[in-house]
Design a protein around this ligand. Structure first.
Ligand SMILES: NC(=O)c1ccc[n+]([C@@H]2O[C@H](COP(=O)([O-])OP(=O)(O)OC[C@H]3O[C@@H](n4cnc5c(N)ncnc54)[C@H](OP(=O)(O)O)[C@@H]3O)[C@@H](O)[C@H]2O)c1
Length: 259
């Protein structure tokens, strides 16, 4: 009885994870829920993943991250959790899309705009709303990509979005001194996004060499399990120190081992 009361009084750290329905976002949600005092509010267009749907410390907000009402709903759900005093511990900005895979000289600009909305604009919108509820040690972790700093044929929209996201992080680090903001490169990870890249229909845009490279990574079992970058992302959003604010960090950076 006494023990139950102690648990109820324990302060809770609440985190928002976008794109929590599968892939890296789901793995990050599971990694965060390993701690006893954490609550995760997940956001995706689809329903909550079965692995967390009935977890007592998981709450799902269904909607697109591009929708400001969804962003507000996620922040309100997090701030309303008992034991948080209305303060959010951190946000993992993970939701992302790679389509359209198309050359920049032929890309449909409407689809380009839609990608930038998901990968960049929505992150700024959610960051604005979450910042108002950020606790004293809040952390914003933005899931970026090696494509932020390396050009790939056919991925111009995606590369540009991740480069922009890295700069968003650098500016937020200056403008929000009460929040630690970091961008993370998760490596090449075995998710639906990688499966979408390997489709033969991408050959013209990506080139046969790139298509062969990503197909071989999968065939040779060289893709990372989502659990690996997820553990790094969870460590960052739980514990990233002020010194890392503004940085673009690899999932396997040795500085994360001690967090
Ligand atoms: N896999 C890789 O090799 C790799 C490498 C570098 C970076 N990344 C980055 O890692 C992040 C996660 O990618 P992943 O590989 O795990 O991809 P994934 O398996 O395709 O999962 C993407 C997640 O984002 C959600 N999502 C997409 N659009 C959304 C929207 N408009 N609103 C809300 N949620 C949305 C999806 O849920 P719903 O469809 O249910 O909405 C899903 O949960 C992305 O930012 C990606 O760019 C991945």
């Amino acid at each position: 009885m006494g023990k139950k009361k102690d648990l109820q009084l324990m302060p809770t750290r609440v985190f928002i994870v976008t794109g929590s329905s599968r892939g890296i976002g789901l793995a990050t949600t599971l990694a965060l829920l390993e701690a006893a005092d954490t609550v995760v509010v997940g956001v995706s267009r689809g329903a909550a993943a079965a692995a967390v749907a009935s977890h007592g410390r998981y709450e799902h907000v269904t909607g697109s991250v591009t929708d400001e009402a969804t962003q507000r709903a996620a922040v309100a759900a997090a701030a309303a959790r008992e034991g948080t005093a209305g303060r959010i511990g951190g946000v993992v900005f993970n939701a992302g899309v790679v389509q359209p895979i198309a050359r920049l000289d032929g890309v449909d600009v409407g689809r380009l705009r839609a990608l930038l909305d998901v990968n960049v604009v929505s992150a700024v919108g959610l960051a604005q709303k979450a910042a108002a509820h950020a606790g004293a040690t809040a952390r914003f972790v933005f899931v970026s990509s090696g494509a932020a700093v390396a050009p790939y044929r056919g991925w111009g929209a995606y590369c540009a979005s991740k480069a922009a996201l890295n700069m968003v992080v650098r500016v937020l680090a200056l403008e929000l001194p009460h929040v630690v903001s970091v961008a993370v490169r998760p490596g090449v990870v075995d998710t639906d996004m990688q499966a979408a890249l390997r489709l033969a229909e991408n050959r013209d845009a990506m080139g046969q060499d790139n298509l062969d490279y990503f197909t071989a990574l999968h065939a040779d079992a060289k893709l990372l399990s989502p659990d690996l970058p997820a553990k790094a992302i969870a460590r960052l959003v739980l514990n990233a120190p002020k010194e890392l604010s503004g940085e673009f960090i690899n999932w396997n950076d040795p500085r994360l081992e001690s967090l």
